[in-house]
Design a protein around this ligand. Structure first.
Ligand SMILES: Cc1ncc(COP(=O)(O)O)c(C=O)c1O
Length: 427
C-alpha cells in the first residue's frame, strides 16, 4: 500500500500538534511506523488519505458499535444540527436519554452527562470522596480511567505501598491517595483495606479490563470487591466506559450481576460524538451540585448534537432484540477461527474475549493481569499488526489494546480478515 499523502500529512501535523496527534495512542509508538490519516469511514470500513480502505477493528476505540456513520444516526444528527448546536440551557433531549438509560440499566437512579470518559471517572471519584468524607482510592495496575491526575499512578515497590506518579506533573500529594493492586488479586485488595482502615473512599475497576488488552475478571473478583467495599464502607465504582452498552445494555453490572455504587460511561453512550456520563443511586447522586455540595460542571455537557447521536445509537441497539447475540457471535467466530489458524501455524497464543471485546496475546497461554499481559510477545504482535494493516485490516496499534467488533462486521469482513491471517508467517 502507498501512504504518501498520509506521511505528508503526518509531517505537517508534527509541526503544529504535539507528536502530530491529539491522543498519544494514535501515534503508532507501540507498533512503530507512521500513523495513517483517515478521511472517511462508513459501516465496517475506513478510508485513508491515500484512498486505501481498511476493515476496522478499533471502531473509534469502541464508540462505533453500529459501524461507522450509521445512516439513521447521521440523519438524526443532521436534523438536530438544524435546530442548533449548543444551547447552554437544559433541553428535553437530556431527560430523554437519561430516562432511557436509568430505566434500562440496573441499579442507577440518576445520571449526569459530561463530555469524555476522563471527565466521568474524575467526577465519580470526587463524588465518592465527597460522599464518604475519605481521600484514598484503590485502582488496579493496567486499568485506565482517563488521564486525570489520580489515575496516572503506577505501582511503586509492591502494591501495598503508595503509588508513584507515572507522568511528570502529577504531584506526590495526589499520588499518595491512589493505592494499587493487581487485577484479579482478591488478597491484595483485602490487604489494602486492612492497612488503611476507614480511609478508602472507593475502589474503581474496569469490570472487564480493556486497557492491558482484554482481561476478564476471575476468582469472583467483582463479587469480592463488592463484599470488601460493603464491609469497609467504601463505594464500588465500575468504569464502564468500554463495557457500558457494549457487553449488554446494562453493561457489566447486568452481565456479572454485581451492583456498583457508581458507574462511569463513555464511548458507545455518545454514538461517536464526545459524551461521558456517571450514574448512581439517589442517595449518592444527590450530593452533586446544584442539589448537593460536590461541584461538577461543563459548558458542553448534555450538548444536543451529542445527546441526539447517543440517544439514536442506544435506541437502535435497544430496538434490535438480537443485537448483542449477533455481535457476540461475530466476535466468537473471529476468536475461534483465528485460534485455529494460529494453532495450525504452531504460534502459541491466548485470545481473551468477552462479548464484542477481544485481544490476541502471543507466546503466553493465560493473561489475567497486567504483568502477564506484559509477558506476551509484543514484538510478534507488532509484526502481526503491520502485516494485517498492509493488507487492509486495521487492528488497534498496540498489543495492550482491545479489539472492538462492530455490528457492521459481517461474514464477508470476517472471511477477508481470516484470509489475510492465513498468510501470516511467523519468522
Ligand atoms: C475504561 C476507560 N475509562 C476511561 C477512559 C477515558 O475516556 P476518554 O478517552 O473518553 O477520556 C477510557 C478511554 O479509553 C477507558 O478505556
Amino acid at each position: 500500500m502507498l501512504y504518501q499523502r498520509s506521511s505528508a500529512l503526518f509531517d505537517e501535523a508534527y509541526q503544529y500538534i504535539p507528536g502530530g496527534v491529539n491522543s498519544p495512542v494514535r501515534a503508532f509508538k507501540s507498533v512503530g511506523g507512521v500513523p495513517i490519516f483517515m478521511k472517511s469511514a462508513k459501516g465496517a470500513y475506513m478510508t485513508d488519505a491515500d484512498d486505501n480502505t481498511y476493515i476496522d477493528y478499533i471502531n473509534s476505540w469502541g464508540p462505533a458499535i453500529l459501524g461507522h456513520t450509521h445512516p439513521e444516526v447521521l440523519e438524526a444528527i443532521k436534523k438536530q444540527a438544524e435546530n442548533g448546536f449548543s444551547y447552554g440551557t437544559p433541553s428535553e433531549l437530556e431527560t430523554e436519554i437519561a430516562k432511557l438509560i436509568v430505566e434500562n440499566v440496573p441499579n442507577i437512579d440518576q445520571i449526569r452527562m459530561v463530555s469524555s470518559g476522563t471527565e466521568a471517572c474524575m467526577s465519580a471519584i470526587r463524588l465518592a470522596r465527597g460522599f464518604t468524607g475519605r481521600d484514598k482510592i484503590i485502582k488496579f495496575e493496567g486499568c485506565y480511567h482517563g488521564h486525570s491526575d489520580s489515575f496516572l499512578i503506577k505501582a511503586g515497590s509492591g502494591a501495598a505501598t503508595f503509588g508513584n506518579p507515572n507522568s511528570p506533573g502529577v504531584t506526590a500529594g495526589t499520588a499518595k491517595d491512589t493505592l494499587l493492586a493487581k487485577y484479579n488479586d482478591n488478597e491484595q485488595v483485602a490487604d489494602l483495606f486492612r492497612h488503611n482502615p476507614g480511609e478508602i473512599a472507593a475502589v474503581i475497576v474496569e469490570p472487564v479490563a480493556g486497557n492491558m488488552g482484554c482481561v476478564l475478571p476471575e476468582n469472583n473478583f467483582l463479587q469480592n470487591l463488592r463484599k470488601l467495599c460493603d464491609e469497609n464502607g467504601a463505594l464500588l465504582i465500575f468504569d464502564e466506559v468500554m463495557t457500558g452498552f457494549r457487553l449488554a445494555f446494562g453493561g457489566a453490572q447486568e452481565v456479572y450481576n454485581v451492583k456498583a455504587d457508581l458507574v462511569t460511561y463513555g464511548k458507545v453512550i455518545g454514538g461517536g460524538l464526545p459524551v461521558g456520563a456517571f450514574a448512581g443511586r439517589n442517595e449518592i447522586m444527590d450530593h452533586l451540585a446544584p442539589k448537593g455540595a460536590v461541584y461538577q460542571a461543563g459548558t458542553l455537557s448534555g450538548n444536543p448534537l451529542a445527546m441526539r447521536a447517543g440517544l439514536t445509537t442506544l435506541e437502535l441497539i435497544k430496538k434490535d432484540e438480537n443485537f448483542y447475540q449477533n455481535i457476540n457471535k461475530t466476535t466468537e467466530t473471529l476468536d475461534f477461527e483465528i485460534g485455529k489458524i494460529l494453532n495450525s501455524k504452531n504460534i502459541e497464543h491466548r485470545i481473551n474475549r468477552k462479548g464484542s471485546m477481544m485481544s490476541v496475546f502471543f507466546h503466553i497461554n493465560s493473561v489475567s493481569n497486567f504483568d502477564e499481559a506484559a509477558k506476551a510477545n509484543h514484538s510478534l504482535f507488532n509484526n502481526f499488526f503491520h502485516f494485517l494493516l498492509e493488507k487492509g485490516i486495521y487492528l488497534p496499534p498496540s498489543g495492550y489494546e482491545t479489539w472492538f467488533i462492530s455490528d457492521a462486521i459481517k461474514e464477508k469482513e470476517i472471511d477477508s480478515t481470516l484470509e489475510v491471517i492465513r498468510k501470516f508467517e511467523y519468522s
